[in-house]
Design a binder for this molecule. Structure first.
Ligand code: ZN
Length: 721
């Protein structure tokens, strides 16, 4: 559930909305984390989780179980991590097709060096595994996978779909709170992002997870760099063609560039001094600098041809000399070196401030919630205070007391010179001269971060808020649809008894089995966005997962099935009440229309495409929200043994190549229980199974050759003014 934040942000912005639209749910991911944590703590060996709707259990690797048991606050923070980064309400880069979100979790896991960090990384898998379940349900209600270019607007920009997602997810949160008034209590919601880990694993260009998030942003940055390698930071950021979220993912590169700009500022000082000393330049010719008694050029005793007749030149020359002269009391560095070192340090404060901003936002939107309360009542922050740490960083960066710096950094002889010239009626010059070299660079860095990167994020939220204000009737519409699909013999809708629903049971089970072995949710081959789960957002992601593909695992993890009916059905006191939705979540493939999906999806209409191409061709899928059999995809059971579940079948095929572990991560736990590859079961393609939508096709899809950033083009098209 990605948009939980947004509801809270609405309240943060001070707009009064219905409590339904704002009562929210990254909290639901935290509730699931508590569910898993509680199961581990209660189990006799400390690492076992019982599956819902099955007699089976799964057992986590000891390191993983210990990390979750010992670091519940980090586990909870990780469980909402993909919704926290890169910014509240801007979760495309950790969720969408084409950005390998499950691999991002594995990247985090591979980088975790402590139990606390491991707990956070495992939380990411919890988020992704439960999103795969919940979004199938949410997309059924909303009409399609989360997008800013919905079919209701013929794929033009609109926040209408985003608003519908917010409402659908808030209804789940309300249902959970109804079932357990304590579920979002203060203790239950307490969570802590390991900030050093976030800096190292999420907000760092050296992290593979960052590289995946920057799949589109990094090439865009490189285009700007290639267009003008000498451009300063603010010019680069102004020239960028990226989505709002991508400005934020590029912050580390922006700050790297700000460092370079600062060093260029030093070069400018050196260049200017050289011009003053060069008699062939107009300034140098007029000033006529010669070495003084010490025989060295560029020291305090230099001679000049003029001084009273050229006071500005004279003053600036000796200021430059003082800025660059090595000082014994500074260990041989110059005043400029000292000043610039300080500014470099200030610049380095940006990324920690950004992570602090995210952490503060997470506290705000996951504030405790009691029955009858809405987050509007509990969170009385505004957007400015949410972004406080970055704003504070920016304020501190640009607010430089140049007088103090001058008094501290410059040698006494220069201060004396200024006093002397002042006594002759020449205005004080040191502060202004010093500031003129560095203040503009610092100001531009601030502008790039605040006025462009952060402002883009705020603009998106403002647009979304406007949309939500107009979304009053959505909840009633959804309730009507849920009631129509509810079991005829039963206790109401899925929201009337959420803990008994397939939605909740399967979320719990998918999380447990994925924590036991990440390969349950890791894609293998690169085709179709990844053979396997490739999006946190899309419907039918579950159908691409190992628990759905493996006959040995499915009855225990997805006892009610992997379709919409399973999620809407209820198991109450041992009695199964089957929902009757009459349809599944939309299969999101276009065949000639932009305002609707085709009712006869096939390999052509489901070929993955990007938004621009779709707008022209009106054919293809942006989300991969379709089951693998439609693509003719080779999604197959890999025969992975899960500790606690029955051993997979051991028939061998000899020609099985799909059973090879192609995740290439080497960090997946549970290898001790991994099936001997020679004993892996033959891959079982879903193509041989009945399809929920009855829309199988033998057509095959082209493999790569597509670039999907489903949600990004909207913002790339936004004009920023
Ligand atoms: Zn999410």
């Amino acid at each position: 559930m990605r948009t939980s934040y947004l509801g809270s942000l609405l309240s943060l912005s001070g707009l009064l909305l219905s409590s339904e639209a704002a009562a929210y749910t990254t909290r639901v991911h935290i509730a699931l984390a508590n569910d898993i944590h509680g199961a581990l703590v209660a189990s006799t060996d400390g690492r076992t989780v019982a599956l819902a709707g099955s007699d089976a259990v799964v057992r986590l690797a000891e390191d993983d179980a210990r990390s979750i048991r010992d670091w519940p606050e980090a586990f909870r923070a990780g469980a909402v991590g993909p919704d926290n980064f890169v910014f509240p309400g801007m979760t495309d880069l950790t969720h969408a097709l084409g950005l390998s979100p499950y691999d991002q979790c594995e990247d985090l896991y591979g980088l975790a060096a402590t139990d606390e960090e491991r707990a956070y990384a495992l939380g990411c898998f919890l988020h992704g595994a439960s999103d795969a379940v919940v979004h199938h349900y949410v997309n059924f209600l909303t009409g399609e996978t989360f997008t800013l270019n919905p079919i209701s607007h013929a794929r033009e920009s609109s926040f209408s779909n985003a608003a519908r997602h917010i409402v659908a997810e808030s209804m789940v949160q309300d249902a959970l709170l109804d079932a357990d008034p304590e579920v979002f209590g203060e203790e239950a919601m307490r969570h802590t992002i390991p900030q050093d880990f976030a800096l190292r694993a999420v907000v760092s260009p050296t992290s593979p997870a960052w590289t995946r998030m920057a799949t589109h942003a990094l090439p865009a940055w490189e285009v700007v760099d290639a267009a003008d390698p000498d451009a300063f930071l603010v010019e680069r950021v102004e020239a960028l063609e990226v989505a709002p979220a991508e400005y934020l993912v590029l912050l580390p590169l922006m700050i790297d560039r700000a460092h370079i700009d600062l060093d260029l500022g030093v070069l400018a000082v050196e260049d200017t001094l050289a011009r003053y000393q060069d008699p062939s330049t107009p300034i140098g010719g007029r000033l006529g600098v010669e070495p003084g008694p010490d025989g060295l050029l560029g020291t305090s005793d230099d001679d000049t041809d003029c001084w009273l007749t050229c006071p500005e030149l004279y003053a600036e020359y000796f200021t430059l000399v003082a800025m660059l002269e090595p000082r014994a009391d500074y260990g041989g560095t110059s005043a400029t070196d000292e000043i610039v070192a300080e500014l470099h340090g200030d610049l380095d404060g940006l990324l920690p401030a950004y992570v602090e901003t995210v952490a503060a936002a997470s506290q705000a939107i996951n504030a405790p919630l009691a029955p009858g309360e809405s987050s509007i009542d509990l969170v009385e922050l505004d957007l400015e205070s949410l972004t406080g740490p970055i704003e504070d960083w920016a304020d501190d960066l640009v607010d430089i007391d140049w007088d103090l710096v001058a008094r501290t950094a410059f040698p006494d002889w220069l201060l004396d010179l200024e006093d002397f010239l002042s006594s002759l009626g020449i205005a004080p010059f040191l502060n202004d001269l010093l500031a003129s070299y560095f203040q503009p660079l610092i100001d531009e860095t601030r502008d790039a971060v605040l006025d462009i990167a952060l402002a883009e994020a705020e603009a998106v939220l403002a647009d979304l808020i406007a949309e939500l204000e107009a979304s009053d009737s959505i909840e009633a519409e959804f309730l009507e649809r849920l009631q129509a699909a509810a079991p005829a013999d039963g206790p109401g809708t899925v929201l009337d008894d959420l803990p008994s629903s397939g939605l909740w049971m399967h979320s719990h089970n998918m999380v447990a089995v994925t924590l036991a072995d990440h390969r349950m949710m890791l894609p293998t081959e690169p085709d179709w966005g990844g053979v396997g789960p490739a999006s946190f957002d899309a419907s039918y992601t579950l159908a691409w997962s190992q628990p759905a593909l493996c006959d040995d695992i499915r009855p225990h993890v997805l006892p009610l099935g992997d379709d919409l009916r399973a999620l809407l059905s209820l198991s109450v006191d041992g009695v199964q009440h089957w929902a009757e939705p009459g349809q599944d979540a939309p299969v999101e493939c276009h065949a000639g229309e932009l305002t609707a999906f085709t009712t006869t999806p096939d390999g052509v209409s489901c070929a993955l495409t990007d938004l621009d191409t779709l707008m022209d061709s009106r054919t293809g899928s942006l989300s991969r929200a379709f089951p693998p059999e439609i693509a003719g995809a080779g999604a197959a059971c890999l025969g992975i043994a899960i500790d606690g579940l029955p051993e997979p079948e051991t028939e061998t095929t000899g020609t099985d190549t799909t059973g090879t572990d192609t995740t290439g991560t080497g960090t997946t736990p549970g290898t001790s229980s991994e099936t001997d590859p020679t004993k892996r079961a033959a891959p079982k393609s879903r193509a041989s199974e009945p399809s929920g939508c009855g829309c199988q096709s033998s057509s095959s899809l082209p493999g790569m050759g597509w670039l999907v950033l489903v949600l990004l083009p909207l913002s790339a098209r936004r004009s920023r003014h």
